[in-house]
Design a binder for this molecule. Sequence first.
Ligand code: GRF
Length: 216
Amino acid sequence: MSEDVFVSPRKHGRIAVLISGRGSNFMKIHDAVRAGRIDAEIGLVFSNREDAAGLAIARDRGLETAFINPKPYADKEDYDREILGEIRKRDIDLVCLAGYMKVLTPMFCRACRNRVMNIHPALLPSFPGLHVQQKAIDWGVRVSGCTVHFVSPEVDMGPIILQAAVPVLPDDTEATLADRILAEEHRIYPEAVRLYFEGRLEVRGRRVRILGSSPG
Ligand code: GRF
């Protein structure tokens, strides 16, 4: 059976960022867009929380924002269909999850295969899920970090695009480790988005190859 291969499009893209909180990763992506390091524009900042600090920042930066209250939706797919509608309406090429605290339904993931990225504050596949900085400390690992990956229906398990490692220090608290990891998130997330619209991400099964960079 021949393997399904995806290569990201080389184009001036349109990005939707989905957030639930402070939105620092969203801001770093936007900073990189504004500085011309990413050949794209942010067409939508969406949140499931009206009070997300990042949403107010997006408005201040003159970006289009949307909030949909999930409460009236008994069916998670119905909610995700609304978000899909917002995305399609704006001709979005890539969805960036940046501290979006809802799990996307398999329906959404299938509809946007290879078009949704997430940032996770651990070196996947270690420590999927929540509160992972504390889990890394409790486990006693010496190294943790962050992962940018494509989103698949299995939470935190999609193909890995970029990772960065940081040391876990003996005196670390959840907050100090989270800060050290966040600095790396802010570096690799915009980088992954840049590579996407440079047409340089090739996905074969689980593996992502960065085209145009020397192996090793
Ligand atoms: C980050 O640590 C990210 O890895 C995780 O949620 C946090 C979001 O932070 N998925 P921010 O809203 O981007 O500042």
